[in-house]
Design a protein around this ligand. Sequence first.
Ligand code: NAD
Ligand code: TYD
Length: 377
Amino acid sequence: MKNIVITGGAGFIGSHVVRLFVNKYPEYKIINLDKLTYAGNLANLKDIEDKPNYKFVKMDICDFDAFYKLMQDEQIDGIIHLAAESHVDRSIKDPFTFARTNVMGTLSLLQAAKLYWESLPEKYEGKRFYHISTDEVYGALEMTHPEGVPAPFSTKASSEAQHEAYGEDFFVETTKYNPHSPYSASKASSDHFVRAYHDTYGMPTIVTNCSNNYGPYQFPEKLIPLFINNIRHRKPLPVYGKGENVRDWLYVEDHARAIDTIFHNGKIAETYNIGGFNEWKNIDIIKVVINTVDRLLGRAEGEDLDLITYVTDRLGHDARYAIDSRKLQSELGWEPSLQFEEGIEKTVKWYLENEEWMDDITSGDYEKYYDDMYKGR
Ligand code: NAD
Ligand code: TYD
């Protein structure tokens, strides 16, 4: 592999993947293709923007002609596809944008890659189309665990034991797709198109489905950065419903490492689930975030607990996501490197030390979106 396009590289996860590849593989040319929507921010990549093996291209993944030309001009061998509309709340308000980018955009990339790779003498030899997806395509799991097993599981050890005992209570690679939100429906559709390009044309594809990520550079519309910022400014923390929904959290650099491992060593046509063995109820994670921010800002621990504001639940709010990533662990040797307590400490510290990054985003246009989204909450 020499010339690799990473789509959505100016976003949250994409920027970590671009950074990892640019630093780790000086022999590769890494092209970051991003439309720079509200979620794309080149400030995420300041530290690597001058590296000789890095190039940024502003492009919409739906622009078939432009992408086909890029494939030819840059002789692209591999595509790591992260560009997407990614926020469930936005998908509830504006599903069309999600269908356009996530479904039609992915299809456009697939078709351009097909035409270019099939035009080469070696065809698909040494090529790869790696599609990054979400665990949300599987739908939602039950909140109730088998008797005797406490939930949620906030340490890796207890969670691994639980996976061992109750594997059927988790998303595995063969779990039937059952998406509920417009976001997850659009991601599910794009996953199907990727697999169809393998099954129909023989394109070397891989799909991975990952749980909720957290860490630096996440856009402050998602739970953790939004709440860190609100606590800092002593603004209300809008907890949907009773705050009892469960998510499985993975530190973003661990996801980027998994993507590296799978891109290089994963089996063609396979699916791998990626998860943190790290389930938390929203309300419990929110309390950890409040205590951590308060401590790091020198406030009395728990001082800001009264910012918690229960608001109307998200429509169709999935109860619980939890990934069984043992296939990836056993076949490719990847596992999460961080315990959650360590990851959340690093994350909160990063947001507090990078106030300028946050303030640039939360002023201007985003503020308008924020007011619109959270009016009256
Ligand atoms: P993000 O919203 O932070 O970033 C998305 C990036 O895609 C942005 O840089 C944006 O400018 C770009 N983009 C959007 N539409 C585009 C278009 N039409 N053409 C070109 N670029 C476009 O998203 P993220 O959280 O980094 O997620 C990245 C990928 O990982 C997505 O495919 C998402 O479904 C998947 N994923 C995310 C999570 C998570 O917890 N964030 C978990 C599992 C999977
Ligand atoms: P989010 O970060 O939007 O990720 P996802 O919906 O993909 O899981 O939300 C994480 C959880 O936090 C989810 O159960 C919804 C909840 N949530 C709130 O309670 N309040 C908020 O303001 C946000 C953004 C999310």
